[in-house]
Design a protein around this ligand. Structure first.
Ligand code: NAI
Length: 258
C-alpha cells in the first residue's frame, strides 16, 4: 500500500480521489483549507511552504504519489487567488516533494488541469508565459487588461500554464529520469461545489450552453476512479499525457486538431 498527498481533499474531486485511495487501503495526507490532515492556504507562499513540509512529516518521509486537485473557478474579483492556487499551489508543492517522490521509485503525480485550456477562446499566451516564468505580478497585469471580463482568462491561463509545466516536468531528467510519472487530468463539467458556485455567480448560461456530446455531467466519484487508475501500476507507461474527461466537449470543438 502507498502513501499519497491529495490537495483539495475536503471537497469535490479531490475528496473523491482521497476516499477512493483510502478504500484501497492507501494512506492519504489531505491538504485543504479545512476538514483534512494538513490545513493550509495554498494561495500564499508561506501557506504552500508550510503545507509542503507538514505533508512530508505526516507521510513519514515517503510519498508514492501526489494528486493536485485544489483549485478555484474563475469568478470576477479573484484572479490573483485563482492564479496563486491553480498554478503556484501545484508547482511549488510538487517541486518540494520531488526528491521524496523520486526516492519512492516509480511514483506518480496527477495534476488537475481543465478542458477550459482548449475551450476558452484566446487564452492570453503572455499570462501563461508569465506564470511559467514565476512572475505572478506580470501574469495578473496581463489578465487585468480584460477588465471586468478577466475571470475566465485568469482561470484558463492558470490551467494552461500548469498543464504546460506538468508536460515539461513529465519528460525531464528530474522527473521522468527519476521514475516519477507526471500526468494531467483535464475534467469538463463535473458536478462539484466549484461548479455550483460558478453557476450561482453568473456562469449558468455558459455552463448550460456548453456542448457535451455524451450528455449530462461528470461525477466526482468517477473522477476518483480515474485518479486511482492513473496512480496504479497499470499507468506505468503513462507520462506527460493530458486526459480529457469531459463528455466529448474538447472533441466537439477540436475534432480534427490531430
Ligand atoms: P471543489 O471546490 O469541490 O474542491 C476544490 C478544493 O480546493 C476545495 O476543497 C477548496 O477548499 C480547495 N481550495 C481552494 N482554494 C484553496 C486554498 N487557497 N488552499 C487550499 N485549498 C484550497 O472543486 P472541484 O470541482 O472538485 O475541483 C477540483 C479541481 O478540478 C480544481 O483544480 C478545478 O479547477 C478543476 N476543475 C473542475 C471542474 C468542474 O467542473 N468541477 C472542471 C475543470 C477543472
Amino acid at each position: 500500500m502507498g502513501t499519497y498527498a491529495v490537495t483539495g481533499a475536503a471537497s469535490g474531486m479531490g475528496r473523491a480521489s482521497a476516499e477512493r485511495l483510502r478504500r484501497d487501503g492507501h494512506t492519504v495526507v489531505g491538504v485543504d483549507l479545512r476538514d483534512v490532515e494538513v490545513i493550509a492556504d495554498l494561495s500564499t507562499p508561506t501557506g504552500r511552504a508550510a503545507a509542503a513540509t507538514e505533508v512530508l512529516e505526516r507521510a513519514g518521509g515517503r510519498l508514492d504519489g501526489a494528486v493536485c486537485a485544489a483549485g478555484l473557478g474563475g469568478i470576477p474579483g479573484r484572479d490573483q487567488v485563482v492564479q496563486q492556487v491553480n498554478f503556484f499551489g501545484v508547482v511549488e508543492l510538487l517541486e518540494a516533494w520531488r526528491p521524496t517522490l523520486a526516492a519512492a521509485g516509480n511514483s506518480k503525480v496527477v495534476v488537475f488541469g481543465s478542458n477550459s485550456v482548449t475551450l476558452t477562446p484566446m487564452v492570453p499566451e503572455r499570462a501563461v508565459r508569465a506564470l511559467l516564468d514565476r512572475d505572478a505580478g506580470r501574469a495578473l497585469r496581463v489578465v487585468g487588461r480584460f477588465g471586468k471580463r478577466s475571470a475566465p482568462f485568469a482561470y484558463a491561463s492558470s490551467k494552461l500554464a500548469v498543464t504546460r509545466w506538468a508536460r515539461r516536468a513529465a519528460i525531464s531528467p528530474e522527473w521522468a529520469g527519476a521514475g516519477i510519472r507526471v500526468n494531467v487530468l483535464a475534467p469538463g463539467i463535473i458536478a462539484t461545489p466549484l461548479l455550483e458556485e460558478q453557476m450561482a455567480r453568473g456562469e449558468k448560461e455558459a455552463v448550460e450552453g456548453l456542448p457535451v456530446p455524451i450528455g449530462g455531467r461528470g461525477k466526482p466519484a468517477d473522477v476518483g476512479e480515474w485518479v486511482a487508475f492513473m496512480l496504479s501500476p497499470a499507468a506505468d507507461f503513462l507520462c506527460g499525457s493530458v486526459i480529457f474527461l469531459d463528455g466529448g466537449s474538447d472533441a466537439y470543438f477540436r475534432t480534427d486538431d490531430w
